[in-house]
Design a protein around this ligand. Structure first.
Ligand code: FAD
Length: 444
């Protein structure tokens, strides 16, 4: 006799446009929805502190939408999922695909459950174009964004989003763990006040954000480089946790504004980063361009790193960005490029140090976008900015924050005697970075 279907959610914490959930409901026989907190399995990158805060609230919101039926389990998925299948007498397991090294876990679970006679299906939900479906003329992966995105657009066929299925089929299960017991929230100290003031994690919050974007910031998207202007969607954490799908975003934005294509090409960068991560799973730890392995990174010491992390470098735009990040778990894209360039090039710090700090502090910390973007700034990545492009934070501020509105928002003591002197000479350190790069080029 057919038993219930287990739906295993991961980075897809939503009920609408969730193909695995919809298929499970259509199958009949009842549905049990589980989220597994797995910090231990090889291939899993344990999430950072700000993401843990987000995850807690996103799961709480999802559980409320499921009338308390969401099942929570902690441990290695390869142990937890088969055990739950046995407990429930489930005869099918459905999930939406993931594209990091964790997909190897999924492949092993799929094989062993199928061997045991359980039906297993996976679905496309979190990327518009799955990495293996977009290939160069030689049948390989793309390494350059523009032809990649052109190929995606030529492929087309972005499906329409699905609605919320009938949730009457969703059953609970005994033995769900307590979300509070997982300790995802900071307590001593509770540093999450700025996050609470800024964000509403969960599917409802994601759609409110998308509605607000459609009604306002999309029309200002051509000013997206100005950090004081509300001109971008701020959907990144919602996309990261799958509270809204790229199909839903595409459906709302495509063809409605003069800014639509530009905005969707940024969503395309997300697709490109995942394409790269899929083909180069060690993107967060290894230079995409091996020539950079020989780079002579400096070791400026704990004080200098602390000044960068906490926004006390004496470079106003850098400090504003780092304080925005610390306070809200988010930083404007243009400023991300500036603070990253400052760390890598003016302080000569290995990009991995910055990537890890962002991984811990960003609410949108994304396994593909974060390392791909850090490597882009470093010059070591796919389709990266050339190394000799060193952002000058003073010129960037003049150009994109001419009235210092963003700077003053985050650095109120800017322009007063309380504001520190720069920790580094911008012109001299820029030259030192260029000299270090010449040495790599010569060795390559
Ligand atoms: P919008 O401009 O409204 O863009 C819409 C969506 O497109 C974003 O939500 C995001 O999903 C995607 N997107 C936009 N720009 C990029 C980009 N350059 N690369 C990949 N996807 C993009 N983005 C993350 O989502 N997670 C990260 O961990 C992350 N780390 C970054 C680190 C550095 C050093 C830099 C320079 C950029 C990083 N980005 C990251 C990319 C970008 O800064 C953010 O996606 C963007 O600022 C999010 O704001 P938004 O949602 O308002 O963007």
């Amino acid at each position: 006799m057919a038993g219930p279907t287990l739906v295993w959610l991961r980075d897809d914490l939503r009920l609408a446009d969730n193909p695995a959930l919809t298929a499970a409901v259509s199958r009949g026989h009842g549905v049990v929805v589980v989220f597994v907190l797995d910090d231990e399995s090889p291939g899993i990158r344990p999430i950072g502190s700000a993401s843990r805060w987000w995850l807690h609230h996103s799961l709480a919101a999802l559980d409320a939408s499921l009338d308390g039926m969401l099942v929570l389990r902690r441990g290695p998925a390869e142990r937890v999922i088969p055990a739950l299948v046995d407990e429930l007498g489930a005869t099918a397991v459905y999930w939406n695909r993931r594209y990091s090294a964790a997909r190897e876990i999924d492949a092993r679970i799929k094989t062993s459950l199928r061997d045991a006679g359980v039906e297993v299906e996976s679905f496309q939900a979190n990327l518009l174009f799955e990495p293996w479906t977009v290939q160069t003329g030689d049948g390989g992966p793309y390494k350059v964004f523009t032809p990649f995105w052109r190929a995606c657009l030529e492929r087309g066929g972005v499906r329409e989003p699905l609605g919320v299925p009938d949730l009457g089929a969703v059953l609970g299960a005994p033995g769900s763990e307590s979300l509070d017991g997982w300790g995802l929230l900071p307590t001593t100290p509770d540093w999450a006040g700025g996050l609470r003031d800024t964000w509403t994690p969960g599917e409802r919050g994601a759609h409110d954000r998308l509605d607000a974007f459609m009604g306002g910031a999309l029309s200002r998207y051509h000013r997206r480089d100005e950090p004081a202007v509300e001109a971008t969607s701020r959907l990144s954490p919602h996309l990261r946790f799958g509270e809204v799908s790229p199909f839903q975003v595409w459906d709302r934005v495509h063809g409605v504004s003069a800014n639509s294509a530009k905005f969707l090409s940024e969503v395309g960068w997300r697709e490109f980063s995942w394409h790269i991560l899929f083909h180069w799973p060690r993107l967060a730890t290894e230079n995409f361009r091996p020539a950079f392995d020989a780079f002579g990174w400096g070791h400026p010491g704990d004080e200098v790193l602390a000044a960068w992390r906490h926004g006390r470098t004496g470079i106003p735009l850098v400090d504003a960005g780092m304080r925005e990040l610390w306070h809200t778990g988010y930083m404007h894209n243009r400023v991300r490029m500036v603070v990253a360039s400052f760390l890598i090039k003016n302080l000569l710090v290995d990009w991995r140090v910055g990537e890890e700090w962002f991984w811990d502090t960003l609410v949108d910390a994304d396994e593909a976008n974060n390392p791909a973007s850090w490597q882009w700034v470093a010059g070591s990545g796919a389709d990266a900015a050339p190394y000799f492009r060193v952002f000058n934070p003073e010129l960037q501020a003049k150009k994109f924050d001419p009235d210092a509105e963003y700077i003053r928002r985050w650095v109120p003591e800017y322009g007063t005697p309380d504001y520190p002197d720069p920790i580094v000479d911008l012109a001299r350190s820029r030259q030192e970075a260029l000299d270090a790069y010449e040495a790599v080029k010569a060795a390559a």
